[in-house]
Design a protein. Structure first.
Length: 382
């Protein structure tokens, strides 16, 4: 007996309804007190975006860019302080599903804004001992937040670290120096996108800072107080040797400080005044090597002692001819290595004493405890 085949009732379930695209805004909807330095973006996981706009309270759109796959939008310009921003647009998912883009957030209203400046000018060429110094016009409480925004690119591999030196009466300061002197002819780019960064206690960065500069020739000046000579080296080559007179050995307060000084500036004519020692003199061709009053300068009155006896109040005296020659070859950031005296250069002697601090200690002065800057890092965004 043959049994005929019969069909069974259908068992296929209808397909599930399509999932609408999931849109994520950063910062989240309703966020307040948002730092303008924080990332801002619009993302969709499964779908695409279109007609996205981020507008301020007066309807001004923020200039932005959409990713190639239309799944991400981000602004191309900084946001303002104390402003409400509103999202608009549409996201499209599978089988025609849509999710509107919406939400708003408000940026922080700063109690105070901080300026930042650098010691090196954009495009400047400096010596191999020049530190990078960023100075703030007030106190920075959250040093880690600031330091995390700082980056350096160098054309020659250079190990170094940021370090926060004690605040001055003007404000906070952070220095970067290499472990050893900079390699000569190094191109350096500094990026400090500090606008909108929360410095703590309601204080924010007022503007960002960028800096491009060049390390020049490797000139090192050897200043031995006991040989009574000043020797200028370029690499391994001696380019000048001058008879000199240093600070009077028998009076410690007049000793030329031992340690690595840094050329800080030059004056064709420099007036020098000391109430303690009772002089008011004008000397030509003065090269400042510390803010404690130490210069390398011409002094016709001590020529008879130059090369044999130390008689100055702490400066390094040269003849008029030799002083002019040294003046012409000196550059901001050149190291002047003083040896032979009983008094060491220290923080009491001015604001650039970076090379007197041992490298191990210098590294601990970083707020991030990330002492080494990657020497092969790519150029920082400009």
């Amino acid at each position: 007996m043959l049994v005929g085949c019969t069909g069974l009732p259908g068992t296929d379930d209808p397909p599930p309804p399509p999932t609408p695209p999931e849109v994520t805004t950063t910062p989240g909807a309703g966020a307040v007190n948002v730092s303008p330095a924080k990332p801002v973006s619009l993302d969709v996981a499964e779908g695409t975006l279109e007609q996205v706009a981020l507008t301020s309270s007066d309807g001004t759109p923020v200039r932005g860019v959409m990713s190639q796959d239309s799944r991400n939008w981000r602004p191309l310009e900084p946001l303002a302080f104390d402003e409400t921003y509103t999202w608009s647009g549409m996201s499209h998912g599978e089988r025609g599903t849509k999710t509107p883009v919406q939400g708003e957030f408000r940026t922080a209203a700063p109690a105070e804004l901080r300026d930042a400046s650098t010691n090196i000018g954009d495009g400047q060429t400096v010596g191999v001992a020049a530190p990078i110094i960023i100075t703030f016009d007030g106190t920075v409480q959250d040093r880690a937040a600031v330091e995390s925004r700082l980056s350096i690119w160098m054309s020659n591999p250079t190990e170094g670290s940021w370090a926060w030196l004690p605040d001055t009466s003007e404000g906070s300061r952070v220095h970067w120096r290499p472990k050893e002197y900079w390699p000569e002819n190094t191109q350096v780019k500094v990026s400090a996108p500090l606008y909108g960064v929360d410095y703590g206690n309601g204080v924010y960065g007022k503007e960002s800072v960028t800096l491009d500069f060049t390390i020049g020739r490797a000139q090192v000046t050897k200043a031995d107080t006991q040989s009574h000579e000043l020797v200028v080296m370029r690499g391994d080559q001696e380019v000048a040797r001058y008879p000199a007179s240093y600070g009077l050995d028998s009076v410690l307060s007049r000793n030329t400080r031992s340690g690595i000084h840094v050329v800080m500036g030059k004056s064709e004519v420099q007036r020098m005044i000391s109430e303690r020692w009772g002089y008011d003199e004008v000397h030509p061709w003065a090269v400042r090597i510390s803010n404690n009053g130490e210069f390398i300068h011409t002094n016709a009155g001590s020529v008879g002692s130059q090369g044999s006896t130390n008689v100055s109040h702490g400066c390094i005296n040269l003849s008029t001819t030799n002083g002019k020659e040294y003046f012409d070859m000196a550059m901001y950031g050149d190291p002047v290595e003083v040896t032979g005296s009983d008094v060491q250069l220290s923080s009491d002697d001015g604001d650039i004493y970076d090379w007197t601090i041992p490298w191990e200690e210098w590294q601990t002065m970083s707020a991030l405890h990330q002492a080494t800057i990657a020497p092969d890092a790519q150029p920082a965004p400009r």
